[in-house]
Write a protein that binds this ligand. Structure first.
Ligand SMILES: [Zn+2]
Length: 288
C-alpha cells in the first residue's frame, strides 16, 4: 500500500478512542523495525522524521525512496504516513516536494499572527496534495531544536484559532516535555487538555514527548481527545541499551559477531519490542 495521509487514521482513532503512534526513524533498521511491527500487529503507524534525522539520512528524497521501497518489498498493507516532525517553513516545503504524505509545521516560536499566516499557506498546499498537516501551539518543553524549556501549557483560544485554519491535527503543550522527564516534573495538565478539546471539537490532538509519561496518564490523555502520540527517545534508549549489552557481553568478538547484521540485531529487536508495547498501550492494535 502506498503512503497515506494521516487524516483518515486519526479521524478513526479519535472516534474509536485510541491513539496512533508516531515513531521517529533514524536509519534503515529503525524504519524496518517499526514497519514490520505495525504489520504484525495490524496497526496504522506514522513514521516521524525530524529535520536533523532528515539530514543524517541524506535528505528527504533518500527517505522517501527507502520507505516506499520497504512498503513494497516487505508487503506492508497497514496504513503508513511519512511525516515531517517539527518542520520549519522551508523544511515543510522540501518534504512536500520530496513525496512525504504528512508534515508538521512548527510555528510555535513565531508570534501568533505569523504562525497563522504561514500555517494557512501550508494548509492550502497540503489540501491540494491530499496531505495531512500538524500545527503546534504553545512550545513543548525539553530539548527542541537545541533549546531546552519547561513544559508550557497552550492557550485554548489560540488552539482554536489554529484549528480553524483547517489543519488535520494539533499539538498543544500540556506540560509535556521532549526527552527524559525530570524527577520534579509536575505531570500533564489535564485541565488544559480538556479546555483545548472543548474549544477544538473533533480535531485530533497530538501528544509530543511520549517517552516516560506513565501509562495511566497516557490513557487519560487518550480519553480526553489525544489521537496521536509521538515516541522518539524511548526507541533510542532501547536500541542503545540492547547494543551496549551485546558489546559488553563480548559477542562482537565471538565468531562473526562483528557483522553489522548481527551487531545491530539486538537493537533492532529492542525497537520492535518498544513499538509493540506502545501500540498495545495506545490501543491501535488491529485498527489498520
Ligand atoms: Zn515534538
Amino acid at each position: 500500500m502506498p503512503l497515506v495521509s494521516a487524516k483518515e487514521m486519526l479521524t478513526k482513532a479519535k472516534a474509536g478512542h485510541y491513539a496512533v503512534g508516531q515513531f521517529n526513524i533514524n536509519n534503515l533498521e529503525w524504519t524496518k523495525a517499526i514497519l514490520l511491527t505495525a504489520q504484525e500487529l495490524n496497526s496504522p503507524v506514522i513514521l516521524g522524521v525530524s529535520e536533523g534525522a532528515g539530514k543524517y539520512m541524506c535528505g528527504y528524497k533518500t527517505i522517501v525512496g527507502m520507505v516506499n521501497g520497504m512498503l513494497e518489498e516487505l508487503n506492508i498493507t497497514v496504513p503508513v504516513a511519512l511525516h515531517l516532525d517539527h518542520g520549519s517553513y522551508e523544511g515543510a516545503k522540501k518534504c512536500i516536494e520530496a513525496g512525504f504524505s504528512s508534515i508538521m509545521f512548527d510555528g510555535s516560536h513565531y508570534p501568533i499572527e505569523e504562525n497563522i499566516e504561514k500555517t494557512k499557506e501550508l494548509v492550502a498546499i497540503c489540501e491540494e496534495k491530499g496531505m495531512s498537516i500538524e500545527a503546534e501551539v504553545g512550545s513543548i518543553g525539553g530539548e527542541e531544536d537545541g533549546v531546552v524549556g519547561m513544559g508550557e501549557c497552550a492557550d485554548p483560544n489560540e488552539c482554536k484559532m489554529i484549528a480553524d485554519l483547517g489543519v488535520t491535527m494539533l499539538a498543544a503543550g500540556i506540560g509535556n516535555i521532549h526527552g527524559k522527564y525530570p524527577e520534579n516534573w509536575a505531570g500533564l495538565s489535564f485541565e488544559t487538555l480538556a479546555a483545548v478539546q472543548e474549544k477544538t471539537g473533533m480535531m485530533p490532538l497530538v501528544l509530543h514527548g511520549g517517552t516516560g509519561i506513565p501509562a495511566d496518564m497516557i490513557k487519560k490523555a487518550i480519553d480526553l481527545g489525544v489521537s496521536k502520540i509521538n515516541v522518539n527517545t524511548e526507541c533510542q534508549l532501547a536500541f542503545a541499551d540492547a547494543t551496549r549489552k551485546y558489546i559488553e557481553a563480548g559477542k562482537d568478538l565471538q565468531g562473526k559477531g562483528f557483522d553489522p547484521r548481527k551487531l545491530l540485531a539486538p537493537g533492532f529487536e529492542a525497537i520492535k519490542a518498544t513499538v509493540k508495547e506502545k501500540m498495545e498501550l495506545f490501543g491501535s492494535v488491529n485498527k489498520a
